[in-house]
Design a protein around this ligand. Structure first.
Ligand code: FAD
Length: 503
């Protein structure tokens, strides 16, 4: 062995929830050399066990591991997700859909939605949702995978999954163990730091066993055992922008056909999710405890299930925000240990995935060059902040003023970065961005329009584009979307044919 070789030889992952096993699986796939990977988890402590709705990039994470989609859905009681239906968000008795994919297809250099805004100003009442293939399919309970041919309207939508988070962790555990990851069962009771460098030397298990490594990945969930309890990295609290801090969660029996979308229903002090899985329906009421008691929140949840509950509701607490550094010394926080922004747009599993991708792109050696660490933190902060702004948008542009929570969020001050985007949309209906964003123009458009944040006018260029027959184009898109959806199987049928779970 070369004495000067400074490569990482041993990685310890603390925690075996989705974060721990997604990290283990990706490392096992990508580090096939001399690096030993060990994962420590405690069955006694368990996992948070929620995290059942995802966004489209998870497909590429699974694909990068070589996982077959149908096999994965079969083993996780999974279903397909074409977007989120928001109920009572902009105002009461109102619904809109945040679809995956675009609205129709642009037919000019001016984006389609400006032509739609003009048509609307002239009395056309066709909702924007009707130009979304994802919505039209979801509202008819239909699903098939999109095509890749950009000439076809079937290429204009995208999809993600709903699945049982516990089964996903198990699935990835099997994948990782086959590829050489070792697992230690037990509770970490102490973390020892090097007196000089402050780096983590080893963790100490309940039975006294010391587990040393060059690099530690903190996947210990909200406990943040290494990154916070041991390294005292600090936390940036975002509760003033994202005030929800609790959730009551419960599964209920599945009733009826499987719909291919998540539903989020605004409640007086928060909102409630409904996630359809093959064997059950996941439900949770996310709320701010300043405005409702835990008992009342649980009662609201239980009164709004569409099947028989399978257990008593379970209470989870959290603080929205992020770790001041995601990578500190020889420790990287992946998953809830790094921060949490509430589950409204199902972004937490994505942040695990992108954290892993960034880590592999900036894979360190035992020198832990501060330049590498700085870049990892810079990119991660940027991603967290862009997602944070998108989630805040759902709250701050509400027209609801009927309860304390909705009055608070409608009047709170918001980040300048978000105000800038809102201002642009309000003036000319334009969607601007200062750099790469996970949520792209159609996502922002869905929420602006869905919540009634109307622009003062559409893009003035539209009126100059006299050669564009927008009326005919819009009508044509509307028609071909409906025709294409009519040829799709129902979501239920697609699952029965391709990825039905046992039982
Ligand atoms: C209410 C709610 C709803 C959510 N909904 C979604 C959603 O729809 N979509 C989405 O993408 N994300 C969602 N999330 C987030 C998602 O659940 C998490 O990102 C994901 O489950 C990863 O969690 P984790 O692995 O970081 O933590 P956990 O699942 O909590 O795992 C922590 C691990 O650390 C171990 N551990 C802790 N302490 C010790 C110790 N002392 N010794 C040994 N082991 C220890 C535990 O045993 C466990 O294995 C939601 C979160 C909440 C709170």
């Amino acid at each position: 062995m070369d004495k000067n070789n400074r490569n990482i030889r041993r990685i310890a992952i603390i925690g075996g929830g989705s974060a721990g096993w997604m990290t283990a699986a990706a490392l096992a796939k990508n580090l096939t050399g001399a690096c030993q990977i060990e994962l420590i988890e405690s069955d006694d402590i368990g996992i948070v066990g929620v995290g059942e709705a995802t966004i489209p990039p998870l497909k590429s994470f699974n694909a990068s591991l070589g996982i077959d989609e149908h096999d994965f859905l079969k083993h996780t009681q999974g279903t397909y997700k074409l977007g989120i239906q928001f109920v009572n968000w902009g105002k009461k008795d109102h619904r809109y859909f945040h679809p995956f994919g675009q609205y129709g297809a642009d037919f000019d250099k001016v984006p389609l939605h400006h032509y739609w805004l003009r048509a609307r100003s002239m009395g056309d009442t066709t909702p924007l949702d009707e130009y979304s293939m994802a919505w039209v399919a979801a509202s008819h309970g239909r699903f098939s995978r999109p095509t890749r041919d950009p000439q076809q309207v079937q290429s204009t939508y995208d999809y993600a999954y709903h699945f049982d988070a516990g089964l996903y962790a198990k699935y990835l555990r099997k994948y990782s163990e086959v590829r050489g990851v070792t697992r230690s069962e037990g509770r970490v009771v102490d973390v020892k730091l090097d007196a000089e460098s402050g780096f983590i030397k080893h963790v100490v298990m309940e039975d006294g066993l010391k587990i040393a490594a060059d690099l530690f990945i903190d996947c210990s969930g909200f406990r943040a055992l290494l990154i916070e309890r041991a390294l005292e990295t600090g936390f940036e609290d975002w509760s003033h922008w994202l005030p929800v801090n609790s959730a009551q969660v419960v599964a209920c029996e599945r009733t009826g056909e499987l719909v291919p979308h998540t539903r989020s229903t605004a409640r007086d002090a928060g909102w409630q999710w409904r996630i359809p899985l093959q064997h059950r329906t996941g439900n949770g009421h996310v709320y701010c405890s300043d405005y409702i008691s835990d008992d009342e929140a649980a009662a609201t949840l239980m009164a709004n299930l569409d099947g028989k509950p399978l257990a008593d509701p379970r209470l989870l607490r959290f603080t929205t925000g992020r770790r001041k550094q995601f990578w500190n010394r020889n420790c990287i926080a992946i998953g809830l240990s790094g921060g949490f922004m509430e589950p409204l747009e199902s972004t937490a599993l994505h942040l695990i995935q992108s954290g892993i991708t960034r880590f592999l792109a900036l894979f360190p050696d035992r020198d832990f060059d501060p330049l590498v660490i700085e870049e990892f933190n810079r990119l991660t902060v940027q991603e967290f902040e862009r997602i944070r702004d998108f989630i805040i948008l759902h709250y701050c542009i509400t027209e609801r003023k009927d309860t304390e929570l909705w009055r608070y969020v409608a009047n709170m001050s918001i980040p300048d970065t978000l105000q800038y985007k809102i201002d642009h949309f309000r003036r000319y209906g334009r969607l601007v961005s200062k750099g790469f964003e996970l949520f792209q123009n159609p996502n922002w458009l869905a929420v602006h329009v869905g919540q009634g944040n109307w622009p003062q006018r559409y893009d003035p260029l539209v009126d100059e584009r006299t050669e564009v027959d927008a009326e005919r184009r819009l009508a044509g898109l509307h028609r071909v979307i409906k025709e294409a959806v009519n040829t799709m199987p129902t979501h239920d049928k697609y699952i029965r044919r391709n990825c039905r779970s046992p039982g």
